[in-house]
Design a protein around this ligand. Sequence first.
Ligand SMILES: Cc1cc2nc3c(=O)[nH]c(=O)nc-3n(C[C@H](O)[C@H](O)[C@H](O)COP(=O)(O)OP(=O)(O)OC[C@H]3O[C@@H](n4cnc5c(N)ncnc54)[C@H](O)[C@@H]3O)c2cc1C
Length: 322
Amino acid sequence: MGKVLIFVEHSGGHLRTASLPAITFGRAASEHQGGPLVLVMLGKTLGAAAREAAQFGAEVLAVDDPALEHYLAETYAPIVARIAKEQGATLVGGTATSTGKDLLPRVAALLDAGMAADVTGMSAPKTFQRPMQAGNVLVQVEVTTPVVVAAVRQTAFPPADPKAPGAVTQVAPGAVDACGARFVSVATTQSERPELTEAKVVVSGGRGMKESSNFKILEELADLLGGAMGASRAACDAGMVPNDLQVGQTGKVVAPNLYIAVAISGAIQHLAGMKGSKTIVAINKDAEAPIFQVADYGLVATWEKALPELVSEIKKLKATQR
Ligand SMILES: Cc1cc2nc3c(=O)[nH]c(=O)nc-3n(C[C@H](O)[C@H](O)[C@H](O)COP(=O)(O)OP(=O)(O)OC[C@H]3O[C@@H](n4cnc5c(N)ncnc54)[C@H](O)[C@@H]3O)c2cc1C
């Protein structure tokens, strides 16, 4: 069987931790396929990030060119597809981040390959598990094309551990054609808090928080716990918090050690994004709210009463630990 080629991402001169689950998947795929694992990274001045990627025991193909400084699907996809062909890869994968979700379907199209999206498991070289219907159904899909592309769910595979370092090989980009697309700017939210999909603790608020200013107490709780902020779609749609905090089927999928859902009813579309969390705490004034069906710890109370007490108790506990 052919090689397994995993697209890995970088940011600020470092390998993104979001790519580590894809490397774990790549290792499993390499065992299934019987071919070696190779990582591919594109960008400008990749030196340190490529060396970090090489710590995971696979050869890293680094396509380092000023024209690739900013990610554009139009420029990246043909290069990844060309390298996949040159390498004789039979499986091309990556994490289903916003970049992965944008890039990998295009790579699949260029390779005339079938694609499995949002993969949560692998049972045979071309058979993958993935959720459907907001996570209520798990299906096994078999992709029957000679080359397969897979976007893996970040929370479904553990981050890869380092191994004996692999080599970094420079690969020429060839002609970089953006097909009329042009990078203009990137707008990112600056926050001291951990990235939502990578945080060990997530504190989320729902429509029951009523208004934007009420999220301050959730932010205080998140900061005390070193966590990230999340929200339901209803809270985002109401403009209480930015859309990039949305957790759920059409938002981000998270699986932290601790997920605290405050004033969130627990609609299936929300659960699809957080029910893999290790411990779920729900605070809701309605004892019948569906969130309590998935919660490990549930408190029937208004947030107005529960949160100040919780924040105060955590502060006292922290003070005694100093
Ligand atoms: C195709 C599709 C995709 C969707 N994708 C997503 C998604 O990705 N993420 C997502 O979250 N939703 C998604 N939704 C929307 C989803 O169906 C729900 O409408 C949404 O999750 C509800 O958000 P909520 O729980 O904050 O609001 P509500 O359902 O209105 O619940 C508010 C909760 O707050 C409680 N509450 C009210 N006041 C207080 C108080 N003072 N103290 C404590 N509790 C209080 C209430 O008891 C209630 O349970 C999607 C829907 C569709 C159709």
